[in-house]
Design a binder for this molecule. Structure first.
Ligand SMILES: Nc1ncnc2c1ncn2[C@@H]1O[C@H](COP(=O)(O)OP(=O)(O)O)[C@@H](O)[C@H]1O
Ligand SMILES: [Mg+2]
Length: 269
């Protein structure tokens, strides 16, 4: 059992061994080269290339249908790929075996807009289920981990509650905690606040901000431009299945290079 639910201590934002960290180059967690994905005749990703380093917060923005969710799903081997190279947390995601896929999924957490909690199980059991069934922890060990991740998302007092007793924001925080319980190296978030009203959006964004500050490597597809602008290390604008623009948020938002991104920003999306 690990002591730290978050990123391993080699993260650039975790200061357990500062000298070593300063001297070592940031580790690549995701490397995508010329990624091609088709659904039948429809080419959804048209040669996507990007790199993500340990500890980075990467925000992916773009219009509906531009391929953002598909890109995230490829990173977690939820979709097969038709071309290019995809390395995630040291795993070759190109053509993974079943075992490789399982190992990849234990390193990469993904949270969607819908929380998908089991309604008949308590919050704690929703979190411990995969720990006991898949990771073979004892119920006692799993309970300790559940308490730790619930504390991280500020919901320790809801351990015995059922999903129907939670607000949307709280449910989403439980979904995040459930993912964190598996000690991922990388967390993917696909529009996790899109179904929430502004107040509840704020509490989920706060959890994501805390996670990032604690060193978690994160990729989020989001419409929350202010959040992306303030916290992302890198913003990626996707358009027509391509990385259309990519860079630090200040540079990208202050000096958009393409008419498509200019229009996207001005549309307030
Ligand atoms: N399982 C699927 N089968 C067929 N087409 C799909 C599938 N998933 C996504 N698409 C299509 O791929 C394109 C990109 O979708 P998606 O990645 O969901 O975009 P975004 O997340 O940017 O809105 C869209 O045209 C969508 O209709
Ligand atoms: Mg999407």
């Amino acid at each position: 059992m690990e002591n730290n639910a978050l990123a391993p201590p080699c993260s650039s934002r975790v200061s357990e061994q500062p000298q070593e960290i300063e001297n070592s180059p940031p580790e690549l967690i995701v490397s995508v080269k010329n990624l091609v994905k088709r659904f039948g005749a429809l080419q959804v990703l048209n040669g996507v290339s990007l790199e993500i380093k340990r500890g980075q917060l990467v925000a992916i923005v773009g219009r509906s249908g531009s391929g953002k969710s598909t890109l995230l799903r490829c990173m977690n081997a939820l979709e097969s790929i038709e071309g290019g190279e995809l390395q995630v947390c040291g795993h070759d995601v190109g053509a993974p075996s079943r075992l490789a896929r399982r190992e990849l999924r234990s390193d990469v957490g993904i949270v969607f807009q819908s929380y998908n909690l089991f309604p008949h199980l308590t919050v704690e059991r929703n979190i411990t289920l995969a720990l006991t069934a898949v990771k073979k922890h004892s119920r006692a060990e799993a309970g300790v981990i559940a308490s730790r991740v619930l504390a991280l998302v500020g919901l320790l007092d809801k351990a015995a509650s059922y999903p129907e007793q939670l607000s949307g924001g709280q449910s989403q925080r439980v979904a995040i905690a459930r993912s964190l319980a598996l000690s991922p190296q990388l967390m993917l978030f696909d529009e996790v606040t899109s179904a929430l009203d502004p107040e509840l959006t704020g509490e989920v964004l706060k959890v994501m901000e805390d996670l990032s500050r604690q060193g978690m490597t994160m990729v989020l597809v989001t419409h929350e431009m202010a959040f992306a602008r303030r916290l992302a290390d890198v913003v990626i604008f996707m358009h027509q299945g391509r990385v259309w623009e990519m860079g630090p948020p200040e540079e990208l938002f202050n000096h958009p290079k393409t008419p498509e991104f200019k229009q996207f920003i001005s549309s307030g999306l």
